[in-house]
Ligand binder design. Structure first.
Ligand code: NAD
Length: 324
């Protein structure tokens, strides 16, 4: 704080942009790095006139660029840049692996060289299809064959976690890793179940549900997730650790869609599509994804406090103000 300079990679992303804003509000000087030119970086464009924010266009897989950006003036690096979303990892696993592995190695090596604290954003996808929920941080990864592209994201984040954990242990790098669980809220791209359906509801269109809607997720409102990230990096006890960041209340996708309909006040219907129609039979949906959150609660007293209804209502308010 007090003008402490930090870097946020993927700063224009959904989580990155909310984190950037809250870091500025908390008194940090933020440099944001994202692959998008500022003219397309709609989530942070308005911050560009803020004296506590600078924007750099760059690709984290470009080692020379990363080396030129990261130096000892940064106390912390929040590494969020990644290729995210089912469509991306089904269609372009090379890009997913390159960004999540090569990009993370570039950022990690520069952080080691300049002794910058590293916050690495991983994912609940690393647990794969482990049926034994809730998942504790040291629980097994249960993944399918590499013949199925859907595991490229999980595998790439797991490989990156190994590298980051290695640096914590062997190079005395300071930092922590979080595994986010289904974060949602204003500003999320429409590729995800909540954002897609909230945007559809705002336009008065039918909602779309994959399969039976009986899959459960622990939907976590963005403000809760960002509060966890900032608390984690401010507490030295979290150093070298991995934490689940998720709400521990489980909801089915159908419950979420019905809540969106109720909030919209419109007589909306739900259309069903089969995941196999989009991604083939090889796509395995994960039926339950539930974090154990006792570790983060013990460490920093954090737990998600925004109810599904409250978070969806705030997201709906954002959606009805969107053009198009
Ligand atoms: N949203 C979630 O529910 C969720 C869940 C688990 C993990 N995560 C992790 O959190 C992080 C942020 O996710 P998000 O939901 O904000 O995703 P996002 O797609 O909204 O943001 C990612 C950002 O990274 C940027 N980016 C992509 N490739 C880049 C590159 N090569 N160089 C520089 N920038 C690049 C994109 O332009 C984008 O702005 C990611 O690391 C993701 O894996 C998110």
């Amino acid at each position: 704080m007090n003008g402490e300079k930090v870097l946020v990679t993927g700063c224009n992303g959904f989580i990155g942009s909310h984190l950037t804003l809250q870091l500025i509000n908390a008194g940090y000087q933020v440099v944001g790095l994202d692959i998008l030119p500022l003219t397309e970086a709609q989530n942070v464009q308005s911050l560009n006139t803020n004296g506590h924010f600078d924007y750099i266009v760059g690709d984290v897989t470009d080692k020379a660029l990363v080396d030129s950006v990261i130096d000892a003036s940064f106390s912390k690096v929040f590494h969020l840049a990644a290729r995210v979303g089912i469509e991306r990892y089904m269609e372009n696993p090379i890009d997913v692996v390159r960004t999540n592995v090569v990009g993370t190695l570039n950022v990690l090596e520069a952080a080691i060289r300049h002794n910058c604290y590293l916050f690495f954003s991983s994912t609940s996808e690393v647990y794969g299809k482990n049926p034994n929920v809730p998942w504790a941080e040291d629980d097994d990864r249960v993944l399918g064959s590499t013949s199925f592209e859907r595991w490229s994201y999980s595998s790439s984040k797991s490989a990156a976690e190994h590298a980051v954990r290695g640096a914590f242990k062997q190079q005395n790098l300071k930092g922590c890793i979080v595994r986010f669980f289904n974060i949602y809220g204003p500003g999320q791209s429409e590729a995800f179940v909540v954002s897609r359906n909230i945007l559809l509801a705002a336009k008065g269109h039918p909602l779309v549900m994959h399969n039976t809607g009986s899959q459960t997720r622990c939907f976590t409102f963005i403000d809760d997730a960002v509060a966890a990230c900032i608390k984690l990096v401010q507490d030295a006890n979290t150093n070298g650790e991995v934490y689940n960041v998720g709400n521990n209340t489980e909801h089915t996708v159908l419950q979420v869609l019905n809540t969106i309909i109720e909030i919209s006040g419109k007589p909306l219907t739900i259309e069903t599509i089969q995941t196999s129609d989009n991604f083939g039979d090889a796509f395995e949906d994960i039926m339950r994804r539930v974090p154990l959150t006792s570790k983060i609660y013990k460490a920093i007293g954090w737990e998600a406090t925004t109810s599904l209804h409250e978070g969806l209502s705030k997201t709906y308010q954002w959606a009805i103000n969107q053009k198009g």
